[in-house]
Design a protein around this ligand. Structure first.
Ligand SMILES: Cc1cc2nc3c(=O)[nH]c(=O)nc-3n(C[C@H](O)[C@H](O)[C@H](O)COP(=O)(O)O)c2cc1C
Length: 346
């Protein structure tokens, strides 16, 4: 039911800008919210203070609802004191040389704590908290609801969608294998959860009683119309917004997206230690050839050091992109939003 999501989230059109962990921008999130959709902002790796600053900047940029996105802890994240990075460091040595920086020494922790991030999200009071990599604990859902914050969970399979709905989330993002970025599977291995959007959405719609957002491969009015024909109540879109004026994507990333074809993306663990979809470049090839990838989040921290030293180098940054990236346009975010909205049921 199309109306459910608008009422639930206080938005005019059921179009959600996907969060981009590490690459969200205030300008893009705010412009999608201003256009009447739900702009999301990815908080991966953000400290509590940075989350509060981000929320303040979003509020200054828009009075409309927005979502904040967190990665749930899965319990298998390695800590700096328990990981041997010798082989992974050797594998990335040529990439540090190309970036012109030295590999960093180990930090006290790779990521801020979940508790620190969650406290800051409560203070930020977004319209919605979206989460990936699991089902939020009952206490988290209850606290969000007590504060009037909606909870969106992300599923890559029917079983994950059912687990999320049973866990009390208000809506499920059904993320097909076409989608850009990480495969956020949590019940089975990501490699065993590569259901395409066309197959995933109707089966999730049949299995859960909450609104379902289709994510993965939706990039224009045709994708939006197809998602609603499959029973979705809304869409979550990433790649189609990556080349907009408001996106934080680097010049190298934009160039790669501009020439991307349907077959140009791969799933790789090379950049972060977790499986993710993007356009392979020298960094991915170098790491995969060496065959030494540290577990998450150590690998993400390690590659982050050369990525941030060469943010516009297409050979060195993460080129996250979905299979429909070839449909992305260099345009204003409002124009991309209008194109998507043209596919909504009337
Ligand atoms: C650079 C980048 C980073 C992403 N990071 C996150 C993230 O941190 N959390 C999340 O829920 N989804 C993340 N995603 C997925 C998007 O929010 C969205 O669901 C996905 O792009 C939809 O598929 P599409 O690209 O085919 O439209 C990311 C996508 C990109 C392109």
């Amino acid at each position: 039911m199309a109306g459910d999501l608008q009422t639930l989230l206080g938005i005019d059109a059921p179009i959600v800008l996907g969060p981009f962990g590490g690459l969200s921008s205030i300008a893009l999130t705010a412009s999608v919210s201003e256009a009447g959709g739900l702009g999301s902002f990815g908080l991966y790796g953000y400290s509590g203070d940075r989350i509060r600053e981000t929320a303040a900047a979003l509020r200054a940029a828009t009075g409309r609802p927005f979502a904040l996105n967190l990665w749930l802890p899965t319990g298998d994240e390695v800590r700096p004191d328990e990981v041997d990075l010798t082989a992974a460091r050797d594998a990335v040595a040529p990439l540090f040389e190309a970036a012109g920086v030295e590999p960093p020494s180990l930090p006290a922790s790779f990521l801020p704590s979940w508790e620190e991030q969650l406290e800051a999200v409560w203070d930020a009071a977004p319209a919605a908290l979206s989460v990936v990599f699991g089902v939020p604990a009952p206490g988290v859902v209850a606290e969000a609801h007590r504060r009037g914050i909606r909870v969106l969970g992300t599923a890559t399979s029917v079983a994950e969608a059912v687990a999320l709905a049973d866990g009390g989330v208000d809506a499920v993002v059904a993320s097909g294998a076409e989608a850009a970025g990480h495969r956020v599977s949590f019940l089975r291995r990501a490699e065993e959860s590569l259901v395409g959007t066309f197959a995933l959405v109707p089966q999730v719609v049949d299995a859960v009683g909450v609104p379902v957002l289709a994510a993965g491969g939706v990039a224009d009015r045709r994708g939006v119309a197809a998602a609603f024909a499959l029973g979705a109540s809304g869409v979550q879109v990433g790649s189609a917004f990556l080349r907009t004026r408001q996106s934080a994507a680097s010049d190298g990333h934009r160039a790669a997206l501009a020439s991307a074809t349907d077959t140009d993306t791969v799933l790789t663990r090379a950049m972060s230690g977790r499986l993710a979809r993007g356009i392979p470049n020298r960094a991915v090839h170098t790491i995969e050839r060496a065959g030494a990838i540290a577990p998450f989040p150590a690998q993400n921290w390690l590659t982050g050091a050369f990525r941030s030293a060469a943010p516009h180098d297409r050979d060195l940054v993460s080129l996250w992109a979905g299979q429909a990236a070839g449909l992305s346009r260099q345009d204003d975010a409002a124009a991309v939003f209008a194109e998507l909205a043209a596919g909504l049921p009337r």
